[in-house]
Design a protein around this ligand. Structure first.
Ligand code: NAD
Length: 427
Protein backbone atom coordinates (compact mmCIF):
# COMPACT_ATOMS: atom_id res chain seq x y z
CA UNK A 1 0.00 0.00 0.00
CA UNK A 2 1.30 3.47 -0.78
CA UNK A 3 0.63 6.30 1.57
CA UNK A 4 2.16 9.70 1.69
CA UNK A 5 3.13 11.54 4.81
CA UNK A 6 3.07 15.14 5.72
CA UNK A 7 4.61 14.77 9.15
CA UNK A 8 8.26 14.43 10.04
CA UNK A 9 7.35 11.97 12.76
CA UNK A 10 6.84 9.35 10.06
CA UNK A 11 10.16 9.78 8.31
CA UNK A 12 12.03 7.82 10.96
CA UNK A 13 12.68 4.41 9.34
CA UNK A 14 12.69 2.70 12.75
CA UNK A 15 8.99 3.52 12.98
CA UNK A 16 6.89 1.02 11.06
CA UNK A 17 3.65 2.11 9.47
CA UNK A 18 0.85 1.80 12.07
CA UNK A 19 -1.01 -0.84 10.04
CA UNK A 20 2.17 -2.95 9.83
CA UNK A 21 2.42 -2.76 13.63
CA UNK A 22 -1.20 -3.86 13.96
CA UNK A 23 -0.67 -6.82 11.61
CA UNK A 24 2.40 -7.86 13.57
CA UNK A 25 0.43 -7.70 16.83
CA UNK A 26 -2.28 -9.90 15.26
CA UNK A 27 0.34 -12.40 14.06
CA UNK A 28 1.64 -12.69 17.62
CA UNK A 29 -1.79 -13.86 18.77
CA UNK A 30 -2.15 -16.64 16.18
CA UNK A 31 -0.46 -19.40 18.25
CA UNK A 32 -2.90 -18.76 21.11
CA UNK A 33 -6.17 -19.05 19.21
CA UNK A 34 -6.42 -22.79 18.59
CA UNK A 35 -8.99 -23.66 15.89
CA UNK A 36 -10.21 -20.05 15.79
CA UNK A 37 -6.92 -19.08 14.10
CA UNK A 38 -8.63 -20.43 10.98
CA UNK A 39 -10.50 -17.10 10.89
CA UNK A 40 -7.52 -14.85 11.69
CA UNK A 41 -7.27 -13.39 8.20
CA UNK A 42 -10.58 -11.62 8.99
CA UNK A 43 -8.68 -9.27 11.29
CA UNK A 44 -6.03 -8.44 8.70
CA UNK A 45 -8.62 -7.04 6.30
CA UNK A 46 -10.81 -4.08 7.21
CA UNK A 47 -14.41 -4.89 6.39
CA UNK A 48 -15.09 -1.54 4.75
CA UNK A 49 -12.98 1.48 3.77
CA UNK A 50 -14.53 4.76 2.69
CA UNK A 51 -12.36 7.56 1.27
CA UNK A 52 -14.17 10.84 0.80
CA UNK A 53 -13.43 14.18 -0.79
CA UNK A 54 -14.25 17.04 1.59
CA UNK A 55 -14.59 20.27 -0.41
CA UNK A 56 -15.37 23.56 1.33
CA UNK A 57 -15.50 27.25 0.54
CA UNK A 58 -12.78 28.93 2.59
CA UNK A 59 -13.31 32.26 4.31
CA UNK A 60 -11.50 34.07 1.47
CA UNK A 61 -13.96 32.62 -1.09
CA UNK A 62 -11.58 30.03 -2.55
CA UNK A 63 -12.52 26.35 -2.80
CA UNK A 64 -10.33 23.81 -1.04
CA UNK A 65 -10.42 20.00 -1.01
CA UNK A 66 -9.38 17.74 1.86
CA UNK A 67 -9.20 13.98 2.13
CA UNK A 68 -11.29 12.14 4.72
CA UNK A 69 -11.68 8.51 5.73
CA UNK A 70 -13.97 6.21 7.67
CA UNK A 71 -12.75 2.66 8.12
CA UNK A 72 -14.96 -0.05 9.62
CA UNK A 73 -12.44 -2.69 10.56
CA UNK A 74 -14.82 -5.30 11.95
CA UNK A 75 -18.56 -5.39 12.69
CA UNK A 76 -18.92 -8.98 13.89
CA UNK A 77 -19.81 -8.02 17.48
CA UNK A 78 -21.89 -4.91 16.84
CA UNK A 79 -21.88 -1.50 15.19
CA UNK A 80 -18.61 0.25 14.46
CA UNK A 81 -17.20 2.52 17.17
CA UNK A 82 -14.17 4.77 17.16
CA UNK A 83 -13.02 8.35 17.03
CA UNK A 84 -12.47 10.91 14.31
CA UNK A 85 -9.03 12.51 14.02
CA UNK A 86 -8.24 15.90 12.48
CA UNK A 87 -4.46 16.03 12.02
CA UNK A 88 -2.08 16.93 9.17
CA UNK A 89 -0.47 13.46 9.26
CA UNK A 90 -3.70 11.44 8.97
CA UNK A 91 -3.34 8.72 6.32
CA UNK A 92 -5.46 5.76 5.29
CA UNK A 93 -2.79 3.48 6.75
CA UNK A 94 -3.07 5.19 10.13
CA UNK A 95 -6.88 5.15 10.17
CA UNK A 96 -6.87 1.43 9.27
CA UNK A 97 -4.59 0.68 12.23
CA UNK A 98 -6.61 2.84 14.59
CA UNK A 99 -9.82 1.06 13.48
CA UNK A 100 -8.18 -2.33 14.12
CA UNK A 101 -7.13 -1.28 17.61
CA UNK A 102 -10.74 -0.24 18.25
CA UNK A 103 -11.97 -3.73 17.28
CA UNK A 104 -9.53 -5.23 19.78
CA UNK A 105 -10.23 -2.66 22.51
CA UNK A 106 -14.02 -2.99 22.32
CA UNK A 107 -13.82 -6.78 22.39
CA UNK A 108 -11.21 -6.85 25.18
CA UNK A 109 -13.49 -4.70 27.35
CA UNK A 110 -16.57 -6.70 26.38
CA UNK A 111 -18.35 -3.68 24.84
CA UNK A 112 -20.97 -4.65 22.20
CA UNK A 113 -19.18 -2.91 19.33
CA UNK A 114 -17.02 -3.61 16.35
CA UNK A 115 -14.10 -1.33 15.52
CA UNK A 116 -14.00 1.78 13.34
CA UNK A 117 -12.09 5.02 13.01
CA UNK A 118 -12.16 8.15 10.89
CA UNK A 119 -10.05 11.13 10.04
CA UNK A 120 -9.51 14.16 7.88
CA UNK A 121 -6.02 15.20 6.83
CA UNK A 122 -6.02 18.83 8.03
CA UNK A 123 -4.24 20.86 10.65
CA UNK A 124 -7.22 22.22 12.60
CA UNK A 125 -5.10 25.11 13.88
CA UNK A 126 -4.97 26.51 10.34
CA UNK A 127 -8.73 27.13 10.04
CA UNK A 128 -11.30 29.53 11.41
CA UNK A 129 -14.12 28.13 13.52
CA UNK A 130 -16.53 28.63 10.61
CA UNK A 131 -14.21 26.72 8.26
CA UNK A 132 -13.86 23.87 10.78
CA UNK A 133 -17.63 23.71 11.01
CA UNK A 134 -17.91 23.44 7.22
CA UNK A 135 -15.21 20.74 7.05
CA UNK A 136 -16.90 18.76 9.84
CA UNK A 137 -20.36 19.03 8.31
CA UNK A 138 -19.24 18.09 4.81
CA UNK A 139 -17.17 15.18 6.11
CA UNK A 140 -20.13 13.96 8.20
CA UNK A 141 -22.46 14.22 5.25
CA UNK A 142 -20.02 12.27 3.05
CA UNK A 143 -19.61 9.44 5.58
CA UNK A 144 -23.36 9.57 6.31
CA UNK A 145 -23.82 6.55 4.05
CA UNK A 146 -22.02 4.30 6.55
CA UNK A 147 -22.58 5.84 10.02
CA UNK A 148 -25.66 5.82 12.25
CA UNK A 149 -26.68 4.98 15.85
CA UNK A 150 -26.96 1.28 15.01
CA UNK A 151 -24.29 1.20 12.27
CA UNK A 152 -21.18 3.12 13.29
CA UNK A 153 -20.84 5.72 16.05
CA UNK A 154 -17.95 8.24 15.86
CA UNK A 155 -16.41 10.07 18.85
CA UNK A 156 -13.65 12.65 19.46
CA UNK A 157 -9.97 11.88 18.94
CA UNK A 158 -6.88 14.04 18.33
CA UNK A 159 -7.88 17.45 16.99
CA UNK A 160 -11.64 17.01 17.54
CA UNK A 161 -13.78 17.77 20.58
CA UNK A 162 -17.35 18.03 21.83
CA UNK A 163 -18.09 20.94 19.47
CA UNK A 164 -17.04 18.75 16.53
CA UNK A 165 -19.41 16.06 17.82
CA UNK A 166 -22.26 18.60 18.15
CA UNK A 167 -21.80 19.57 14.47
CA UNK A 168 -21.62 15.91 13.44
CA UNK A 169 -24.79 15.05 15.36
CA UNK A 170 -26.64 18.04 13.89
CA UNK A 171 -25.53 17.32 10.31
CA UNK A 172 -26.47 13.67 10.48
CA UNK A 173 -29.80 14.55 12.15
CA UNK A 174 -30.67 17.15 9.50
CA UNK A 175 -29.87 14.65 6.76
CA UNK A 176 -32.06 11.90 8.20
CA UNK A 177 -34.85 14.29 9.22
CA UNK A 178 -34.92 13.73 12.98
CA UNK A 179 -32.66 14.27 15.96
CA UNK A 180 -30.38 11.24 16.24
CA UNK A 181 -28.30 11.91 19.34
CA UNK A 182 -26.93 8.35 19.43
CA UNK A 183 -24.99 8.79 16.17
CA UNK A 184 -21.92 10.19 17.96
CA UNK A 185 -20.60 10.13 21.53
CA UNK A 186 -18.49 12.71 23.32
CA UNK A 187 -21.24 15.28 22.72
CA UNK A 188 -21.93 18.31 24.91
CA UNK A 189 -24.10 17.38 27.92
CA UNK A 190 -26.95 19.57 26.66
CA UNK A 191 -27.20 17.48 23.46
CA UNK A 192 -27.31 14.07 25.14
CA UNK A 193 -23.69 13.81 26.17
CA UNK A 194 -22.70 11.89 29.27
CA UNK A 195 -21.32 13.20 32.52
CA UNK A 196 -17.76 11.97 32.96
CA UNK A 197 -17.14 11.31 29.24
CA UNK A 198 -14.70 14.14 28.70
CA UNK A 199 -12.39 12.90 31.43
CA UNK A 200 -13.08 9.18 31.02
CA UNK A 201 -9.98 8.27 29.00
CA UNK A 202 -7.61 10.00 31.41
CA UNK A 203 -9.45 8.46 34.37
CA UNK A 204 -9.14 5.02 32.76
CA UNK A 205 -5.40 5.56 32.22
CA UNK A 206 -5.08 6.28 35.91
CA UNK A 207 -7.16 3.21 36.87
CA UNK A 208 -5.02 0.99 34.64
CA UNK A 209 -1.86 2.41 36.22
CA UNK A 210 -3.26 1.88 39.69
CA UNK A 211 -4.17 -1.75 38.96
CA UNK A 212 -0.70 -2.40 37.51
CA UNK A 213 0.91 -0.68 40.49
CA UNK A 214 -1.06 -2.84 42.94
CA UNK A 215 0.24 -5.99 41.29
CA UNK A 216 3.82 -4.75 40.80
CA UNK A 217 4.12 -3.07 44.20
CA UNK A 218 4.62 0.39 42.67
CA UNK A 219 2.25 2.58 44.69
CA UNK A 220 0.79 5.64 42.96
CA UNK A 221 1.26 7.77 46.06
CA UNK A 222 4.74 9.25 45.80
CA UNK A 223 5.37 7.79 42.32
CA UNK A 224 7.15 9.89 39.69
CA UNK A 225 5.15 10.21 36.48
CA UNK A 226 6.30 11.42 33.03
CA UNK A 227 3.62 12.16 30.43
CA UNK A 228 3.98 12.77 26.68
CA UNK A 229 0.93 14.62 25.32
CA UNK A 230 -1.02 17.07 27.45
CA UNK A 231 -4.40 17.13 25.70
CA UNK A 232 -7.62 15.42 26.62
CA UNK A 233 -5.95 12.16 27.64
CA UNK A 234 -2.57 13.28 29.02
CA UNK A 235 -3.91 16.41 30.74
CA UNK A 236 -6.67 14.62 32.64
CA UNK A 237 -4.47 11.64 33.48
CA UNK A 238 -1.86 14.06 34.89
CA UNK A 239 -4.50 15.74 37.04
CA UNK A 240 -5.84 12.45 38.44
CA UNK A 241 -2.35 11.03 39.07
CA UNK A 242 -1.57 14.14 41.06
CA UNK A 243 -4.87 14.04 42.96
CA UNK A 244 -3.87 10.55 44.07
CA UNK A 245 -0.50 11.61 45.41
CA UNK A 246 1.80 11.01 42.43
CA UNK A 247 4.41 13.57 41.36
CA UNK A 248 4.19 14.55 37.67
CA UNK A 249 7.84 15.42 37.04
CA UNK A 250 7.83 16.03 33.25
CA UNK A 251 5.39 16.83 30.46
CA UNK A 252 5.67 17.19 26.72
CA UNK A 253 3.26 18.57 24.14
CA UNK A 254 3.74 19.38 20.45
CA UNK A 255 5.47 22.69 21.31
CA UNK A 256 7.41 22.16 24.52
CA UNK A 257 9.12 19.68 26.83
CA UNK A 258 9.31 20.66 30.50
CA UNK A 259 10.36 19.13 33.81
CA UNK A 260 10.29 19.90 37.51
CA UNK A 261 11.74 17.22 39.80
CA UNK A 262 9.69 18.57 42.72
CA UNK A 263 6.49 17.93 40.78
CA UNK A 264 4.59 20.08 38.29
CA UNK A 265 1.51 21.94 39.52
CA UNK A 266 -0.85 20.22 37.04
CA UNK A 267 -3.89 22.50 37.48
CA UNK A 268 -1.60 25.50 36.84
CA UNK A 269 -0.18 23.79 33.72
CA UNK A 270 -3.71 23.03 32.47
CA UNK A 271 -4.69 26.66 33.03
CA UNK A 272 -1.54 27.78 31.16
CA UNK A 273 -2.42 25.58 28.17
CA UNK A 274 -6.02 26.84 28.22
CA UNK A 275 -4.83 30.45 28.00
CA UNK A 276 -1.59 30.12 25.94
CA UNK A 277 -2.38 27.13 23.73
CA UNK A 278 0.64 25.04 24.78
CA UNK A 279 3.09 24.27 27.58
CA UNK A 280 5.64 26.73 26.12
CA UNK A 281 6.77 29.32 28.68
CA UNK A 282 4.97 27.61 31.56
CA UNK A 283 6.63 29.25 34.57
CA UNK A 284 6.38 26.26 36.95
CA UNK A 285 8.98 24.05 35.23
CA UNK A 286 12.21 24.17 33.22
CA UNK A 287 12.59 23.25 29.55
CA UNK A 288 14.41 19.94 29.00
CA UNK A 289 15.76 18.36 25.82
CA UNK A 290 13.83 15.68 23.97
CA UNK A 291 16.60 13.14 24.73
CA UNK A 292 16.58 13.91 28.45
CA UNK A 293 12.79 13.63 28.55
CA UNK A 294 12.93 10.04 27.32
CA UNK A 295 15.55 9.10 29.93
CA UNK A 296 14.09 10.63 33.07
CA UNK A 297 13.95 8.24 35.97
CA UNK A 298 10.30 7.61 36.92
CA UNK A 299 7.90 4.91 38.04
CA UNK A 300 5.23 5.52 35.38
CA UNK A 301 5.78 6.71 31.80
CA UNK A 302 2.57 7.63 29.95
CA UNK A 303 2.75 8.19 26.18
CA UNK A 304 -0.49 10.10 25.45
CA UNK A 305 0.22 11.85 22.14
CA UNK A 306 0.46 9.86 18.90
CA UNK A 307 1.43 6.40 17.65
CA UNK A 308 5.00 5.23 16.98
CA UNK A 309 6.57 7.36 19.73
CA UNK A 310 8.25 4.59 21.75
CA UNK A 311 10.83 3.48 19.18
CA UNK A 312 13.50 0.85 19.82
CA UNK A 313 16.09 3.57 20.55
CA UNK A 314 13.82 5.22 23.10
CA UNK A 315 12.86 1.83 24.59
CA UNK A 316 16.55 1.22 25.35
CA UNK A 317 16.77 4.59 27.10
CA UNK A 318 13.55 4.63 29.15
CA UNK A 319 14.16 4.52 32.90
CA UNK A 320 10.71 3.65 34.15
CA UNK A 321 9.02 0.66 35.76
CA UNK A 322 5.68 0.78 33.97
CA UNK A 323 4.58 2.23 30.61
CA UNK A 324 0.86 3.04 30.51
CA UNK A 325 -0.29 3.68 26.94
CA UNK A 326 -2.71 6.60 26.91
CA UNK A 327 -2.21 7.06 23.15
CA UNK A 328 -3.20 4.47 20.58
CA UNK A 329 -0.27 2.53 19.15
CA UNK A 330 2.54 4.50 20.84
CA UNK A 331 4.92 1.50 21.10
CA UNK A 332 6.27 -0.27 18.01
CA UNK A 333 6.42 -4.10 18.19
CA UNK A 334 10.24 -4.03 18.19
CA UNK A 335 10.22 -1.54 21.08
CA UNK A 336 7.70 -3.76 22.89
CA UNK A 337 10.25 -6.61 22.79
CA UNK A 338 13.02 -4.39 24.14
CA UNK A 339 10.84 -3.22 27.02
CA UNK A 340 9.94 -6.84 27.82
CA UNK A 341 13.63 -7.81 27.85
CA UNK A 342 14.32 -4.88 30.18
CA UNK A 343 11.51 -5.99 32.54
CA UNK A 344 9.55 -2.78 31.93
CA UNK A 345 5.85 -3.59 32.14
CA UNK A 346 3.65 -2.20 29.33
CA UNK A 347 -0.07 -1.70 29.94
CA UNK A 348 -1.27 -1.58 26.33
CA UNK A 349 -3.52 1.02 24.70
CA UNK A 350 -6.35 -1.44 24.12
CA UNK A 351 -6.71 -1.70 27.90
CA UNK A 352 -5.15 1.49 29.31
CA UNK A 353 -7.07 4.03 27.20
CA UNK A 354 -10.35 2.09 27.02
CA UNK A 355 -12.03 4.34 29.59
CA UNK A 356 -13.08 6.75 26.82
CA UNK A 357 -14.93 4.22 24.72
CA UNK A 358 -16.41 2.63 27.84
CA UNK A 359 -18.10 5.89 28.86
CA UNK A 360 -18.98 6.45 25.18
CA UNK A 361 -20.87 3.18 25.46
CA UNK A 362 -22.65 4.53 28.56
CA UNK A 363 -23.50 7.71 26.61
CA UNK A 364 -24.95 5.71 23.72
CA UNK A 365 -27.03 3.56 26.11
CA UNK A 366 -28.29 6.69 27.91
CA UNK A 367 -29.23 8.29 24.56
CA UNK A 368 -31.23 5.23 23.52
CA UNK A 369 -33.15 5.11 26.78
CA UNK A 370 -33.30 8.92 27.22
CA UNK A 371 -32.46 8.30 30.86
CA UNK A 372 -29.31 9.88 32.22
CA UNK A 373 -27.09 8.65 35.01
CA UNK A 374 -25.26 10.57 37.74
CA UNK A 375 -21.52 11.18 37.47
CA UNK A 376 -20.86 8.96 40.50
CA UNK A 377 -22.78 6.15 38.85
CA UNK A 378 -20.80 6.57 35.64
CA UNK A 379 -17.43 6.63 37.38
CA UNK A 380 -18.35 3.60 39.48
CA UNK A 381 -19.44 1.60 36.43
CA UNK A 382 -16.30 2.69 34.54
CA UNK A 383 -14.10 1.53 37.39
CA UNK A 384 -15.89 -1.79 37.63
CA UNK A 385 -15.56 -2.54 33.88
CA UNK A 386 -11.91 -1.43 33.76
CA UNK A 387 -10.89 -3.42 36.84
CA UNK A 388 -12.70 -6.54 35.64
CA UNK A 389 -11.06 -6.34 32.20
CA UNK A 390 -7.65 -5.64 33.76
CA UNK A 391 -8.00 -8.66 36.00
CA UNK A 392 -9.02 -11.04 33.20
CA UNK A 393 -6.21 -9.82 30.92
CA UNK A 394 -3.64 -10.01 33.70
CA UNK A 395 -4.64 -13.59 34.51
CA UNK A 396 -4.46 -14.59 30.84
CA UNK A 397 -0.98 -13.07 30.61
CA UNK A 398 0.16 -15.11 33.61
CA UNK A 399 -1.44 -18.34 32.43
CA UNK A 400 -0.04 -18.12 28.92
CA UNK A 401 3.23 -16.40 29.84
CA UNK A 402 2.67 -13.60 27.34
CA UNK A 403 2.75 -9.81 27.51
CA UNK A 404 -0.29 -7.89 28.72
CA UNK A 405 -0.75 -6.69 25.14
CA UNK A 406 -0.78 -10.19 23.70
CA UNK A 407 -3.13 -11.32 26.48
CA UNK A 408 -5.56 -8.50 25.66
CA UNK A 409 -5.35 -9.41 21.97
CA UNK A 410 -5.94 -13.10 22.78
CA UNK A 411 -9.13 -12.36 24.75
CA UNK A 412 -10.34 -9.86 22.13
CA UNK A 413 -9.54 -11.99 19.09
CA UNK A 414 -11.22 -15.02 20.68
CA UNK A 415 -14.40 -12.97 21.13
CA UNK A 416 -14.35 -11.43 17.65
CA UNK A 417 -13.50 -14.65 15.85
CA UNK A 418 -15.99 -16.73 17.86
CA UNK A 419 -18.67 -14.25 16.77
CA UNK A 420 -17.40 -14.55 13.20
CA UNK A 421 -17.61 -18.32 13.38
CA UNK A 422 -21.06 -18.41 15.02
CA UNK A 423 -22.48 -15.97 12.49
CA UNK A 424 -20.94 -17.97 9.64
CA UNK A 425 -20.14 -16.74 6.17
CA UNK A 426 -22.85 -15.42 3.88
CA UNK A 427 -23.66 -16.74 1.34
P1 NAD B 1 -5.52 15.92 21.99
O1 NAD B 1 -5.52 16.53 20.64
O2 NAD B 1 -6.46 16.41 23.03
O3 NAD B 1 -4.03 16.02 22.64
C1 NAD B 1 -2.88 15.55 21.98
C2 NAD B 1 -1.67 16.05 22.77
O4 NAD B 1 -0.48 15.51 22.18
C3 NAD B 1 -1.51 17.57 22.75
O5 NAD B 1 -0.99 18.00 23.99
C4 NAD B 1 -0.45 17.76 21.65
O6 NAD B 1 0.26 18.99 21.80
C5 NAD B 1 0.43 16.58 21.91
N1 NAD B 1 1.27 16.21 20.77
C6 NAD B 1 0.93 16.13 19.45
N2 NAD B 1 1.99 15.78 18.71
C7 NAD B 1 3.01 15.60 19.56
C8 NAD B 1 4.36 15.24 19.41
N3 NAD B 1 4.88 14.95 18.21
N4 NAD B 1 5.14 15.15 20.54
C9 NAD B 1 4.63 15.43 21.74
N5 NAD B 1 3.35 15.79 21.95
C10 NAD B 1 2.57 15.88 20.88
O7 NAD B 1 -5.70 14.34 21.74
P2 NAD B 1 -6.18 13.24 22.78
O8 NAD B 1 -7.65 13.06 22.62
O9 NAD B 1 -5.61 13.54 24.11
O10 NAD B 1 -5.51 11.94 22.17
C11 NAD B 1 -4.17 11.58 22.46
C12 NAD B 1 -3.98 10.10 22.16
O11 NAD B 1 -4.90 9.34 22.93
C13 NAD B 1 -4.23 9.67 20.71
O12 NAD B 1 -3.37 8.59 20.40
C14 NAD B 1 -5.67 9.19 20.74
O13 NAD B 1 -5.95 8.29 19.69
C15 NAD B 1 -5.68 8.53 22.08
N6 NAD B 1 -7.01 8.33 22.65
C16 NAD B 1 -7.86 9.36 22.85
C17 NAD B 1 -9.11 9.13 23.41
C18 NAD B 1 -10.07 10.23 23.74
O14 NAD B 1 -11.12 9.94 24.34
N7 NAD B 1 -9.80 11.48 23.43
C19 NAD B 1 -9.47 7.82 23.75
C20 NAD B 1 -8.58 6.79 23.55
C21 NAD B 1 -7.34 7.06 23.01
Amino acid sequence: MTTHHSSLSYLDPSRPEPWASFIEQIDRVAPHLGPLSHWLETLKRPKRILIVDVPIVRDDGSIAHYEGYRVQHNLSRGPGKGGVRFHPAVTLNEVMALSGWMTVKNAALGLPYGGAKGGVRIDPRGFSRAELERITRRYTSEIGIVIGPDRDIPAPDVGTNEQTMAWMMDTYSVNVGHTASGVVTGKPIALGGSLGRQEATGRGVYLAAREAGLRMDVPIAGARVVIQGFGNVGGIAARIFRENGARVIALQDAEATIANPAGIDVPAALAHVASHGSLSDFPGAEPVSEDDFWQLECEYFVPAALEGQVTPARAYGLRTKIVVEGANGPTTPAADDILRDRYILVIPDVLANAGGVTVSYFEWVQDFSSFFWSEDEINARLESIMVKAFDAIWRTAQERRVSIRTAAFVIACQRVLAAREQRGLYP
